[in-house]
Design a protein around this ligand. Structure first.
Ligand SMILES: [Zn+2]
Length: 320
């Protein structure tokens, strides 16, 4: 049975809110709420749709936390994490987000309002993604449909900053990779990590291509090593289930996944010299739920080609 609201830590009090992402392979977002000495911190929000809003606001109400008077921390610009941030735009609420990440988000919101195409689509088209399919993939992409409808006031955070919620100290860690400037939170005294989408347990975080970023996978692998240097006993991931696995165990698995993927990409390139990323992706193994590459939804191909470009870029960057 799904538990909508669950206390996952008693000291400090931390609650996990199950925010359903119906129809999405991610299944749910974990929104965390930390409360201490009359102060509260909400971490991530869910998509900007009715289902997520009802779950989030209902859960906050149960906890006695008001969006009009709290702190909200947004780990990264994906709409399943910051889609509802505009509902926290009140004078007594502080919304924290990484500076570069927020600036990129502003660009994306402006781009959607102008009904323009994603900036990254140019990269996919250059790698062979058919223009018509790209349009379908973009229009049906929940990342775009459920994005914040407008910019909102943000207090910028940077790696190394310390936030205070009641008597609890939280350190901001900069972990580029999944997005160019994702920030996550670490509680040094309690050895707790809110890992955002940097480390997930039931699924592998998606690594894709970004305009202006040379090697996102290289950045990601470095950010995995970086968090290994912190003393961490408990990890609260941004999606799906908590795990008994240790952080080093899970990081090993994720690294192994990318290593396998990189050698698979190398093999495809050997068999199909000069192939572009779209062609390479069509030869890689994906879990397409019974569909073939040709019949897979365009939105899934969009994720797959983005991921393939990230792996190709990493091979290029490491060959030098
Ligand atoms: Zn996410």
């Amino acid at each position: 049975m799904l538990i909508h609201l669950e206390q996952v830590c008693s000291s400090p009090a931390i609650y996990k809110l199950y925010i359903p992402l119906t129809g999405n392979a991610l299944k749910n977002l974990n929104c965390y709420v930390l409360t201490d000495h009359g102060e509260s911190l909400v971490i991530d929000t869910g998509f900007r749709n009715e289902e997520c809003r009802t779950a989030l606001m209902g859960g906050l109400k149960e906890l006695g936390v008001s969006p009009e008077h709290t702190k909200l921390f947004l780990t990264h610009l994906h709409s399943d994490h910051c889609g509802l941030a505009e509902y926290f735009d009140y004078p007594d609420t502080t919304i924290y987000m990484g500076e570069a990440e927020y600036k990129r988000l502003q660009g994306i919101i402006a781009n959607i309002s102008a009904k323009a195409t994603w900036d990254s689509n140019a990269m996919l088209m250059a790698e062979g993604f058919p223009e018509e399919d790209l349009r379908t993939a973009t229009e049906t992409n929940p990342a775009r449909i459920f994005m914040s409808s407008r910019p909102f006031p943000v207090t910028f955070v940077h790696g190394g900053d310390i936030l205070q919620v009641g008597g609890v100290k939280l350190e901001v860690l900069s972990v580029p990779g999944h997005t160019p400037d994702q920030m996550i939170l670490y509680l040094p005294e309690q050895k707790i990590l809110f890992s955002g989408d940097h480390v997930l347990f039931d699924i592998t975080p998606n690594i894709t291509c970004w305009p202006g970023v040379r090697d996102p996978l290289g950045d990601y692998l470095k950010s995995l090593d970086k968090i290994l240097t912190y003393e961490i006993e408990t990890v609260f991931p941004g999606h799906r289930n908590l795990s008994d696995k240790t952080l080093p165990q899970r990081i090993q698995e994720i690294k192994r996944h990318h290593k396998r993927r990189l050698s698979e990409v190398r093999e495809v390139l050997r068999a199909h010299p000069g192939a572009n990323a779209y062609e390479v992706a069509s030869h890689l193994t994906w879990s397409l739920h019974g569909a073939t590459w040709e019949t897979a939804p365009k939105s899934q191909q969009w994720f797959a080609v983005g991921e393939t470009i990230a792996h190709l870029n990493h091979l290029r960057a490491s060959d030098k």
